[in-house]
Design a protein around this ligand. Structure first.
Ligand code: ADP
Ligand code: MG
Length: 612
């Protein structure tokens, strides 16, 4: 019998390796972006067509490659990043296995253009199914551009296995974010089908997170920082009020590499302990920095799993670092000084001229993380708590120089105060220029932006509807049809279950058309077709502004579309409802997009103006 074992040709070996390294377009995006990072440039551009099925292109302004290196880069186990086995334990680069480009070139049509910094000319190499088709000297920009076309063109089984564009795009966005977050000093952009969906300037980590997740994150992030001999921890957790019901934003980066680690996740989740309801998850963006010697990242081809030498110690440090930050934040559970400083920027000067450190005592009945459903009674409680939040500082001053009963508990005073406020403000609510609601408070007056306030109210109501999977629907007497262009039709299909949870009753009706049978209960004044169109328009706009959470985006868009506008006259009752409902909100002080809804003026300030 003849011997039967033979070596596989490179192209086949590469294709097999590709199965591990490149599972979907997003894996190629990850590898190419990591190479661009390793090349050390300051700017990385990602261009994608059809969710990566047609084109993935990464352009960097990094070191570039010589002609020989460019050719070598497509060989398997060809890398410039390590030389000997020992180097595996000192890795600071993203890549080191030398198999990404070989794998990608085995299953796609690749065009590489690269020029070393300082060289006059660059080189272009076209390679298809591991076969070099063209190599020539070209003039091109310094740095490297790699285009990967028609991924899996020669592996139909793989290609057919790909999910819809929206799913594949989601994966690409995930990988993109995982590369961008730990590298805020590098500028990134991401174009999909000729639309720029991310544009991230170089900046701080906080700015990077806001660039990706929206400016509302400014008030949601709590910094975490801890340096121990074993690990440096740096980053942010999201305030528990904004915890998600879905495993949303959980990012660990180990030496700038995104990793998944259930054990460390547990450390963070447990640091949140009672701050989260049972069914919600902590969100975090945490950078861990350890000596590369103490970890092994070579246990999985995609390198998202890592073995630690000191896993237990890291667990303990991480947990205590997060606890410490949350503790600091807990001292003032609802006051965010970045966002709400405007409420307090008018000093309330005590008569004796001495400021008393406000001792903000939390109403124990108010628990923003309560798991039970918000029933009416609870709404009222939280309403009260919000009033207390707004006035607790004023109350403290009041306590000092007016009431002078030091032993009184804060709780009692707050309650009296609260009643007082309600009484006085019921009697004196005015509308200014059909735009602002003006209401008297004991220490002065408060101005509420009617449109912004109503947006906040609707937004929270809609989000609550999502959680309960139900909002009231009003059936249309005469159902209407809405005809959409193909992308919008696809978008509605993708969002259909969420749109229905908001109270729309819609069903598909042939090509590019939906029938609207019902609309959310208190929107019957609106033309249902216009309403849905407005919602889509706003949703898409928000997508461009990087709002990635579907529900939040829909809630924002719907609130924006249906809120009472500036310019509309309001009755006393309507104004009172807005005030009451605003203060029953979790975050009454801002619109969903982060603009203030309320501002206060103290009578001290008025006195000053009248030179009293
Ligand atoms: P690895 O990143 O593991 O070294 P790759 O197959 O991803 O392996 O890349 C092979 C080599 O090609 C790299 O080691 C690097 O020298 C070179 N290379 C790849 N992409 C770039 C790039 N964008 N700029 C400069 N050099 C690159
Ligand atoms: Mg690489």
């Amino acid at each position: 019998m003849p011997d039967i074992i033979h070596l596989l040709p490179d192209s086949v070996a590469n294709q097999i390796a590709a199965g591990e390294v490149v599972q979907r377009p997003a894996s190629a995006v990850k590898e190419l972006m990591e190479n661009a990072l390793d090349a050390g440039g300051s700017k990385i551009k990602l261009i994608v067509k059809d969710a990566g099925k047609t084109l993935i292109q990464v352009i960097d302004n990094g070191c570039g490659m010589s002609e020989t290196d460019a050719r070598m880069s497509f060989e398997r186990h060809a890398t410039s990043k390590i030389q000997k086995a020992d180097d595996l334990f000192a890795i600071r680069t993203m890549g080191f296995r030398g198999e990404a480009l070989a794998s990608i070139a085995a299953i796609a049509q690749v065009e590489l253009k690269t020029r070393r910094i300082g060289d006059d000319l660059g080189v272009q190499i076209d390679i298809e199914g591991s076969e070099i088709k063209r190599q020539e000297t070209v003039s091109c920009a310094e740095g490297t551009s790699i285009s990967v076309k028609n991924l899996f063109f020669n592996v139909p089984a793989r290609r057919n296995f790909l999910k819809t564009d929206s799913v594949e795009l989601r994966h690409i966005i995930d990988e993109f974010q995982r590369v961008c977050i730990p590298n805020p000093e590098i500028a990134f952009s991401f174009h999909h089908n000729n639309t720029e969906i991310f544009h991230l300037e170089s900046g701080s980590l906080k700015q990077r997170l806001m660039g990706i997740f929206g400016s509302s994150y400014n008030s949601r992030l709590v910094p975490v920082e801890e340096n121990t001999g074993i690990v440096k921890i740096k980053g942010f957790v999201i305030k528990p009020d904004f915890a998600k019901k879905t495993r949303g934003e959980q990012f660990f980066f180990l030496n700038k590499r995104f990793i998944k680690n259930g054990y460390l996740h547990h450390a963070v989740q447990s640091a949140f302990e009672q701050l989260l309801s049972k069914d919600s998850f902590a969100s975090y963006f945490l950078m861990l920095d350890v000596d590369p010697k103490s970890i092994d990242i070579n246990i999985h081809p995609t390198k998202t799993e890592v073995k630690f030498e000191d896993e237990k110690a890291i667990y303990a440090f991480l947990r205590s670092a997060v606890k410490k930050s949350l503790g600091q934040f807990n001292i003032s559970p609802s006051l965010d000084f970045d966002q709400e400083a405007h409420l307090y920027n008018m000093p309330l000067k005590p008569v004796d001229g001495i400021y008393k450190q406000p001792t903000i005592k939390v109403d124990e009945n108010y628990n923003p993380f309560k798991t039970e459903k918000k029933e009416i009674a609870e709404r009222e409680l939280s309403n009260k708590a919000n009033w207390e939040k707004l006035y607790s500082r004023h109350v403290d001053n009041q306590l000092e120089f007016e009431i002078k009963k030091e032993e009184e508990t804060q709780q009692t005073i707050n309650t009296d105060w609260d009643n007082d406020l309600h009484e006085s403000n019921k009697k004196s609510t005015y509308q200014l220029h059909n735009k602002y609601i003006l209401t008297h408070i004991k220490t002065g007056f408060m101005v509420i932006d009617q449109q912004g306030a109503h947006e906040r109210i609707l937004y929270e109501r809609i989000l609550e509807g999502f959680e309960k999977h139900k909002s009231a629907t009003q059936q249309e007497l005469f159902p209407k049809t809405i005809e959409l262009n193909t992308p919008d039709f696809e978008l509605v299909k993708e969002l259909q279950s969420e749109i229905q949870s908001m109270g729309f009753d819609i069903s598909e009706f042939g090509k590019n058309t939906f029938v609207i049978h019902g609309v959310p209960a208190d929107t019957s004044d609106y033309d249902s077709v216009k309403l849905l169109e407005g919602l889509l328009e706003n949703y898409k706009q928000n997508l461009l502004e990087l709002k990635s959470d579907k529900r939040e985006n829909l809630a924002r868009s719907m609130a924006r579309n249906t809120a009472i506008k500036s310019g509309r006259g309001l009755s006393q009752e309507e104004m009172q409802n807005i005030i009451d409902e605003l203060f029953a909100c979790k975050m009454p002080y801002n619109t969903p997009s982060g603009k203030p809804t309320i501002t206060t003026f103290s009578s001290d300030d008025l006195d000053k103006r009248f030179k009293k």
